[in-house]
Write a protein that binds this ligand. Sequence first.
Ligand code: HEC
Ligand code: HEC
Length: 88
Amino acid sequence: MAKTSRTRRTWLNLCFLVICAGLVAFLLLAPEETTSPLPRDEIHQQFHQIQSKKEAEKGCVGCHETGGEAPLPDTHPDPYRCLFCHKR
Ligand code: HEC
Ligand code: HEC
């Protein structure tokens, strides 16, 4: 009886280890961050100056919404909080 439960625990621990190893491997193999940063040009210069990310982001959509002067590509991920992905 006691032996059975020890075997069980060993198996559970083993499974746990395998899952952890899998997670670590996944994180290490994840592709490098390739998202383009906020450009440093005269259009975007003002947004580098605004301290609060939230405040700065309010200005983005005017140009980068669908139908704006620089609409986001169709493949764009959910465009919430621009500056979390497009680093300054
Ligand atoms: C006045 C209009 C305007 C505003 C406001 C604006 N952009 Fe842009 N943005 C553009 C235009 C035009 C381009 C394409 C030409 C260029 O790269 O400057 C562009 C390009 C970009 C690019 C692509 C750069 C690349 O490498 O191709 C990113 C990322 C970007 N903007 C993010 C932002 C973010 C984030 C904000 C808000 C903080 C913002 N933009 C506000 C007009 C604007
Ligand atoms: C979840 C992360 C994420 C968020 C949030 C996000 N973007 Fe992007 N954006 C990307 C990725 C990924 C791409 C496509 C890869 C690339 O071109 O760098 C992209 C592409 C773009 C491009 C075209 C860049 C190019 O090189 O052609 C613009 C412009 C842009 N984003 C603006 C914005 C704006 C404005 C916001 C906020 C309203 C925003 N993004 C929010 C991840 C994000």
